[in-house]
Design a protein around this ligand. Structure first.
Ligand code: G3I
Length: 350
């Protein structure tokens, strides 16, 4: 078996692509590469922001490449929850309208996240808090009923080191486990047809975190929570150990729920530990994308929810705020496909 457990065909396909022998060398036109969604037997998505869709060239790239959209931040409490207790939906409505106009699916991200605790909730306690929590989930999920195919109901519940769960406003007010069980129950009541996910990160690089994540999923199932799937964000660095992504995806799929790669990007800047300065960073990046693509495509069809990138163009990546030179995505600042895009496509087809 090749490094990372990829079989020879996939490894050769990815290597050829990265050597520029694939259909696209760096910087060629988007038309030179078949659309990502056209080569995948599963939905392919990207995170977007409403204002980005006003750029005709980017809108065309989104329509050509993907079949599913996730609001990058405008369907989170930080955008939707207003200080007066009301809600703001103009931006997610715009993304939802764009998706339906172009026959694309919408994915809801995210309902309950430790990182978001609007003052309007902090000010409440007891029954009033629970009522506001229930009203928020009902209003947000209900608004996109029949349009959102799924939701990240609880995001990043597991502690950074993997030993237990995070505490949050939500856990403090409603209970460590109960707040999560309740969120799934409320989301299901608001849209019984949406698939409801538990989502987290570093599941590839922290086996303890992955084990705690999976144990939480099993506890939710045992409690009767309508958990339908597991999301692994897959924000990784180019120096990720070959095989780590494969191990995580196969482990997560073993629970028998749907699995989604929910936010993939492969940072170059966060990969200082590459074996030697001469290592081809773009090659390492393509290899990581290829491993995820190959293993995800080989999962049973019933387990594959979608494969979502956390953006399409490098210039729009959240990672650019950390390092202005990072280039973590499949398309460069001009929207041209990079070698990793070919590597991903060749590995999906391998
Ligand atoms: O666009 C507004 C701008 O008009 C305003 O002036 C400025 C200051 O308030 O805010 C800008 O919005 C920011 C938005 O990103 C767009 O850049 C928000 O403040 C900022 O909070 C938001 O950050 C997002 C972050 O989640 C928090 O929601 C990132 O874009 C987004 O990539 C990141 O995504 C997370 C996933 O949800 C969960 N997994 C990790 C991932 C990366 O951190």
């Amino acid at each position: 078996m090749r490094p990372g457990g990829l079989d020879r065909r996939a490894f050769v396909a990815a290597s050829l692509a990265l050597a520029g022998c694939g259909p696209v060398a760096r910087g060629q036109s988007p038309q030179a590469l078949p659309p990502l969604k056209s080569v995948a037997p599963f939905p392919v998505g990207t995170a977007v922001q409403a204002a980005q869709l006003d750029d005709p060239a980017f809108a065309a790239l989104v329509v050509r490449q993907v079949s599913q959209l996730t609001p990058e931040w405008e369907l989170k409490m930080e955008y939707v929850a207003q200080p007066d207790g009301g809600y703001r939906f103009d931006a997610p409505d715009k993304i939802a309208a764009f998706a339906s106009a172009h026959g694309q699916r919408l994915f809801g991200h995210t309902l309950v996240w430790y990182a978001q605790k609007p003052d309007v909730f902090v000010a409440l306690e007891g029954p009033a808090f629970r009522q506001a929590f229930a009203a928020y989930i009902a209003a947000v999920v209900g608004r996109y009923r029949g349009r959102a195919v799924g939701w990240d109901v609880v995001n990043e519940a597991v502690a950074e080191d993997g030993a237990g769960w995070r505490t949050s406003l939500w856990s403090e007010r409603l209970g460590d486990f109960e707040h999560m069980r309740l969120a799934f129950e409320l989301a299901h009541q608001a849209d019984p047809d949406a698939t409801l996910f538990l989502n987290d990160y570093n599941l590839e690089t922290n086996p303890l975190k992955r084990a705690t994540f999976m144990a939480l999923a099993e506890r939710l199932l045992k409690s009767g929570a309508p958990l339908g799937g597991l999301g692994t964000q897959t924000h990784v660095a180019a120096d990720i150990k070959p095989g780590a992504i494969k191990a995580a995806l196969e482990d997560l799929a073993s629970l028998g729920l749907k699995v989604r790669v929910s936010e993939m990007d492969v940072s170059l800047a966060r990969a200082p530990e590459l074996p030697s300065p001469s290592v081809d960073l773009l090659g390492q990046q393509g290899r990581a994308y290829a491993e995820a693509a190959y293993v995800f495509a080989k999962l049973p069809a019933a387990r594959r929810a979608d494969f979502t990138f956390w953006g399409l163009k490098d210039s729009q990546s959240w990672l650019r705020r950390e390092n202005g030179a990072d280039a973590p995505l499949l398309f460069d600042d001009d929207g041209a496909p990079k070698p990793a895009a070919s590597a991903w496509e060749d590995a999906v087809r391998a």
